[in-house]
Design a protein around this ligand. Sequence first.
Ligand code: HAM
Length: 412
Amino acid sequence: MRDSLPRESARLSRVESVFKDVFQKYSYEEVRIPVLESKELFYHGLGETSDAVGKEMYSFVDRDGRELALRPEGTASVVRALIQNNLCYNDRPRLWYEGPMFRHERPQAGRYRQFQQLGVEAFGFSEPAIDVEVIQIGNEVFSQLGLSSLITLKINSIGSAEARAQYREQLVEALTPLSAELDEDSRKRLQTNPLRILDSKIPRTKELLSEAPQLHDSLGDDAKERFDHVLELLQTAGVEYTLDPYLVRGFDYYTDTVFEWVTDRLGAQDAVCAGGRYDGLVELLGGNPTPGVGFAAGIDRVASLCEQLEEPDYCAADVYLIPMDERHREFVNQVAQHLRFNTDLRIREHIGTGNMKNKMRWADKSRATWAVIVGDTELNERVVTVKWLRSERAQLSTSVENLVNVISENTE
Ligand code: HAM
């Protein structure tokens, strides 16, 4: 598990705040869910053949002998919360959540054992309009982050659980005689989770798949009609998408619409956000039958994409205040407080000894735009000296009251 240092954390926070602003605009409400759940919730909810449960779950027995797991994702927890708090009886909540998720994967760039997700889940609506609303939320976020040109929305319908079971049989029947030609992973999946073979990126496997029965042909008329309606609404809403008949998702709970935003800028870890409809999950976990749809974005990956854009130069502070020596500390602190509570700027006071050259080095390291310096002359006259650290502008002396004006003039 890794640490996020300040530069990366600042990027993560910015991404998170854009997501949260958009959730608010769509009037989704926050729900906070625990990091630990019973292991059974994920076995039952996600399916034990999914990698996240079967191979990657962090689970342990607690002091009371209960089998617990660090959550690998948020949807099952949100559904558990919904059922436990009696919210699946006509409440139709539209919710968002955030937090760390845990999967014991082989770590590599963009794939971590602890990663951050932000997700939405809307319950109680079977109408295609809600699928489109959820997708619109994701699209809006990516557009506000300036990422639209770096990502593609892929979409598919995987139909009902029954249609899928039928298709699974057809697929196994078609691929079993060819299993020697499949890649190793797909050969294993033929036994455990055949639909995941559709995910394969290996050219020969893809070729074999193109000649095998197609999932779309197994969908019932209702499912096809519903999906057409979703696509129509997406078009009306101006949401661009790519139909991907081979898109399937890693958990058992999905039904009908599934989608992923992918990028070719992050190497093998191409999905930055993914989700879909899961109409049977609430009932499966013991609640009143309630349809659901949602997505979760991998914030670490979204932030890595943002890093590839022109980013503002990272700085820890805007103004760096320097007392020449400790006799000037009290006045410097007063000036700092004045700036903190009269501007939106980030103010850092120099603490520590050292000569002026050394202090200016610290100012530079903070990437601040201004250094504000107080020595004997300034203290006597109740003024400060302002130095521009990133331009050639000449330093000047100003009263504390006028300091905000001097700085804001420069900001515009
Ligand atoms: P997921 O596809 O497993 O879906 O994860 C969603 C996103 O989390 C991925 O697209 C990816 O960006 C990020 N992610 C997953 N694993 C890792 C990892 N090891 N390191 C970094 N990022 C990762 C879900 O979790 C579903 N609960 C989504 C959902 C919500 N479906 C309906 N509602």
